[in-house]
Design a protein around this ligand. Sequence first.
Ligand code: FPP
Length: 239
Amino acid sequence: MRVYMNQKRIPAHVAIIMDGNGRWAEAHGKERYEGHIEGVHSVKKCIKAALRNGVKYLTLYAFSTENWGRPAEEVNALMELFCKSVMDNTAELAGQGVRVRMIGRRDRFSERVCHHLNAIEEQTAAGEKLTLVLAFDYSSRDEIKSAVRSIAAAVAEGRLSVEQISEQTISDALYTAEIPDPDFIVRTSGECRLSNFLLWQASYAEMYFPSVMWPEFDENEFDKAMNVYAERNRRYGKL
Ligand code: FPP
């Protein structure tokens, strides 16, 4: 978070749970996947608004480890939409100075999806204005479990002692190792839960739960969220 005299406080890292695509589609007499397609437009609007506001990290919860449990038709539609969105937008993102990073498991995607994940990371690696972190096959408990496994392995192999394990050791073993903790977490659709998203990293994050569905979350809604954050008083447990 940066503060300038007479300027509003801007969160360095905004993380968003993009919820409500299905309900939005249903309310408009459309199929669920049409809600996801509309959701991609909101993603693009938010990237623009994040760049304009000077946000440095924007994390989007795109697919949870639990989402594999949805009907195969919807899972496939989401994977296709993801591949298409990557192919259509990589050049524009690179041109805007956006670096894309993926967090989550990498062992359960098809070869085609893996190819697109790697391609977007490689082709946007030079971006310095905004890091767009896509949480894809991600859940926080799964992330913490794999961090604990890697720390336990380091101890078992004698590379680390139990006493050396610090909070930083744990942060460094997470997918988000080089990413600062989120300052501000937003979840659309009025649901007030974190649903297995950045549980370790969210320790001091401000939270905001606007009632609009994700397809309705546009640049104006993003600016509104920035104003909500600017008015919060973060004390980190101090007075
Ligand atoms: C939650 O709405 C949304 C998702 C599970 C998928 C989000 C994906 C996108 C917006 C598109 C792909 C993203 C990128 C980054 C290219 P829901 O289906 O749970 O809605 P509901 O709760 O109303 O059913």
